[in-house]
Ligand binder design. Structure first.
Ligand code: ZN
Length: 495
């Protein structure tokens, strides 16, 4: 995600744009690589009048855990958007922006769970019933598959967040039951949190059929296989292979512009953007630059979507939400570049974003600085952003130390921050300063080589801090554990 965070004073200097072409490299074959993944099939009947849907979800689940399973657990994130969930879905300071028409709640109901053809009891777990336990009648051995059907419906809240709608658009992020990641002998059932993007999921394949009013335009993860209209209704069939989530944004106001970045078609879905060509170009430049710096973008489609959204933006595989409320053009471009960098750090390489939010977020934010090094036609520079981060961070530390007496500046799990500013400054701003210190310590060549190693060694998997640190140790030729530990634990003093 990208916080709304006006970065800088502008320097009105026009440089030549450097464009990086990813060339004619051999792309990863996602059909082959995705053969042994879980397959989700979603049949969505969407009603725009009521902002509701009936959904049949079939999960062809493969047991890739290495253990014998008797239960499979699923996250039900929409439960946090229901009335009665006492946790807020945004920080209290953002309530008016998220709910411009007053508090609003969703309604999410599961009507049926079926395993291998037999209906079974619907068993919830945890706060707000936000985990679904699907109990199996017999053991599921490693590498075996099982068919699970979950039928459910939702009505969305009038909430300008990842799951909800605003005046112009409907955001469908984290809207369906998604299997929890299994690690260390158990399913990871970390709850939702108002800080950050508290998600964690495995690579999977998606086949999605959506029926809706033909006046609506749908931006989505994956590739559209067909789009057929009959009278006022249309059916879209979408396929996404090797992605860790699936999201949609729906609007009757969207215009679309597209350009190619290498083999990837970049779409820009927007309303009210007089700089639409520039916004699209920023996405193309970002895909080209990051492909060149880190490794190929392996997907055929990438969509940048302007939408009603309380924060600056939000990342999903092949789709990024960019807030219509970001008015300054340089900030808007910066959000596009930041969210596009997440395609590598979060999308292709995943991580537990609840426990280690800094792992993808700080690297994503620093990747935007690397972007400006390679694209001089933008009004922001690497050096300006570092200076701004340093000034903002030292101000934050001094103000918060005065207020709290003793400030914990460790980079920690989303639920361990008392306030959203603490999360933002420790994760994004301090994250940039950490990576810039490392960049200066080991030099650009070693730094980029470490990121290439990190990408190649971990793509399509879930990474851990150890894997990132190992890549930097390899890239620099020195053990980087002490460096990272001192920054992460809050021992480094920044002046
Ligand atoms: Zn982000």
């Amino acid at each position: 995600m990208k916080k709304k965070f006006s970065i800088l004073i502008l320097i009105l200097t026009c440089f030549t744009v450097t464009i990086f072409f990813s060339g004619c490299k051999k792309h990863d074959n996602l059909d082959e690589l995705s053969a042994n993944l879980t397959n989700y099939t979603l049949k969505i009947d969407y009603n725009h009048e009521n902002k509701s849907a009936q959904i049949s979800e079939t999960i062809d689940y493969i047991n890739n855990t290495g253990d014998i399973l008797r239960t499979i657990k699923f996250h039900l994130y929409p439960q946090y958007f229901e009335e009665g969930a006492t946790e807020l879905v945004v920080s209290s300071t953002k309530l008016n922006d998220a709910y411009p028409n007053g508090m609003s709640y969703g309604n999410f109901e599961i009507s049926r769970v079926n395993v291998n053809g037999a209906d079974c009891p619907i068993e919830y777990e945890g706060d707000y019933d936000a985990i679904l336990n699907v109990n199996l009648s017999s053991s599921l051995l490693p590498n075996e598959r099982i068919a699970i059907v979950i039928e459910f419906s939702f009505t969305l809240p009038n909430c300008e967040h990842r799951y909800g709608y605003g005046e112009n658009s409907v955001n469908l992020g984290n809207f369906y039951p998604i299997a929890c990641v299994y690690e260390n002998g158990e399913f990871n059932t970390s709850p939702y949190n108002a800080n950050g993007d508290p998600f964690y999921s495995d690579m999977a394949n998606y086949y999605v059929e959506i029926e809706l009013n033909s006046a609506l335009t749908v931006a989505h993860t994956g590739d559209c296989l067909s789009n057929t209209s009959i009278n006022s209704d249309k059916t879209m069939i979408i396929s996404a292979k090797m992605v860790r989530d699936f999201a949609l944004v729906i609007s009757d106001k969207f215009e679309i512009k597209s350009l190619n970045a290498g083999d990837t078609k970049v779409n820009y879905y927007y309303f009210n953007d007089e700089n639409a060509d520039k916004s699209l170009q920023a996405g193309v430049d970002a895909i080209n630059t990051f492909s060149s710096l880190f490794g190929d973008y392996p997907y055929k489609t990438f969509s940048i979507v302007k939408t009603d959204f309380v924060y600056g933006g939000m990342e999903y595989p092949n789709l990024v939400m960019i807030s219509a409320d970001v008015e300054n053009i340089d900030d808007y471009m910066n959000v596009i570049i930041h969210e596009t960098a997440h395609q590598w750090w979060y999308g292709i390489i995943g991580n537990d974003e609840y426990k280690y939010p800094w792992l993808d977020e700080a690297l994503t934010e620093y990747s935007t600085l690397l972007f400006y090094d390679k694209n001089k036609g933008y009004n922001l520079t690497h050096a300006q952003m570092v200076d701004a981060c340093k000034a903002n961070y030292t101000l934050f530390v001094s103000v918060y130390t005065d207020v709290l007496g003793n400030l914990d500046t460790s980079m920690r799990a989303v639920n361990e921050y008392a306030t959203e500013p603490e999360y933002t400054y420790c994760t994004y701003v301090k994250g940039v300063l950490m990576y810039d210190s490392l960049y200066n310590l080991i030099g650009e060549k070693n730094f980029l080589s470490a990121l290439e190693t990190y990408y190649n060694d971990n793509k399509y998997t879930n990474a851990t801090p150890e894997k990132l640190i190992n890549a930097f140790s390899k890239g620099s030729g020195s053990d980087m554990n002490n460096f990272f530990n001192s920054w992460l634990s809050g021992k480094v003093i920044i002046r």
